[in-house]
Design a protein around this ligand. Structure first.
Ligand code: BTX
Length: 325
């Protein structure tokens, strides 16, 4: 943790009380001039800090960016987010994460951006990433599991995302198999899990999360305005994106730990309880065929179980799901 982090943390914790330059200098073992320089750095990042003669510095506001200082300051995780890479704009955080993973970055590294010019979904679909309105992030994990378990991480992440949204906003999102998070039937988060593996197994899992936080309808491109929603649109309130990132990282760490230590059974129960798909009549469009039936559940491998009218049970590995009513 850098001095700038520590300083930001102290200012945030002071809750609007003044902290004297001398006191901070003593605490950090640096000169008052050095403190002042770090304060200037924070101001350059958009922190509003008032300095009052003889009393010291008061934090007035934190900028609404995903720059890591403020996020890491109050972060409660042990692994995820200890290393963060922030870029104001990029084609896709997935691309950056893949590159970092190849270069050997630590387990738990997080890539964050304010906007993506080529954000991607599954099957080369586009992901709309309005500047400063959402959370566009990729998490690099290096779990010691076989590549066949990779799809389960998408389900683990989905449960974590629902928990984080519930905790921060009080909204009750639902999961649509395999990876959509919906609010009032509209998509507010997408999850894309990609894999780097070789003969030795998984080298890295790259979990991409695109979460619509503060968009208004017109912030979405016209073709998705009917199907997309943001937390702000659903709750009527602006969400604090920094708080949301912290909650996401915390729950992803918790649930991946539970999954790795205790297996998939608990995650599966939670996933099913959050799911809008299970128990419902659905249409599953796959590359080669479309099946209609009742979604009965998911297997331990995250495969969707669909029972068609002829009584047969089908395992669906990859498909687009539409609700039938
Ligand atoms: P998906 O293939 O399930 O969803 C993509 C589809 O969702 C699009 O075809 C479009 O219909 C719709 N869509 C596009 N943008 C949005 C949006 N902002 N909100 C709601 N619906 C939308 C889901 O793929 C996985 C998305 C992962 C995105 C993250 S962002 C950080 C990381 N970087 C990156 O390039 N992708 C991931």
């Amino acid at each position: 943790i850098t001095v700038r982090h520590k300083l930001a943390k102290r200012l945030i914790e002071a809750g609007g009380e003044a902290l004297s330059g001398q006191q901070l200098a003593d605490e950090f073992g640096i000169s008052r001039t050095a403190v002042w320089k770090h304060i200037k750095d924070l101001e350059d990042q958009g922190y509003e800090i008032e300095s009052i003669k003889k009393r010291g510095y008061i934090l007035k506001s934190i900028p609404d960016t995903l720059e890591p200082t403020a996020i890491q300051t109050l972060l409660k995780t042990k692994r995820i987010g200890q290393v963060m890479k922030y870029i104001e704009s990029c084609p896709s955080t997935q691309i950056i994460a893949h590159k970092l993973a190849q270069e050997g970055t630590a387990d738990g590294t997080v890539v964050l951006t304010e906007t993506q010019t080529a954000g991607r979904g599954r099957l080369a679909r586009k992901w709309d990433s309005a500047p400063q309105k959402g959370i566009w992030m990729s998490i690099i994990l290096r779990p010691d599991v076989v590549p066949q378990k990779a799809p389960q991480f998408t389900l683990v992440a989905a449960v974590a995302v629902v928990r984080a949204i519930e905790e921060v906003t009080g909204l009750k999102p639902e999961i649509k198999w395999p990876n959509d998070i919906l609010i009032n039937g509209k998509k507010c988060t997408g999850i894309l899990t990609e894999l780097q593996s070789d003969a030795d197994g998984i080298q890295a899992l790259i979990i991409g999360i695109g979460l619509n936080a503060n968009q208004e309808v017109e912030d979405f491109s016209p073709e998705i305005q009917e199907i997309a929603s943001s937390l702000k649109m659903a709750s009527g309130k602006e969400v604090n994106r920094q708080e949301l990132v912290r909650a996401l990282l915390f729950h992803i760490e918790q649930f991946t730990n539970i999954y790795i230590e205790q297996g998939f059974a608990i995650i599966k129960l939670m996933w099913e309880s959050y799911s809008s798909t299970i128990g419902q009549p659905i249409r599953a469009r796959m590359a080669k065929e479309t099946l209609v039936g009742i979604a009965e559940g998911i297997t331990d491998d995250g495969v969707l179980q669909l029972r068609t009218a002829d009584g047969k049970l089908h395992g669906i590995y990859s498909a687009d799901i539409e609700m039938q009513n």
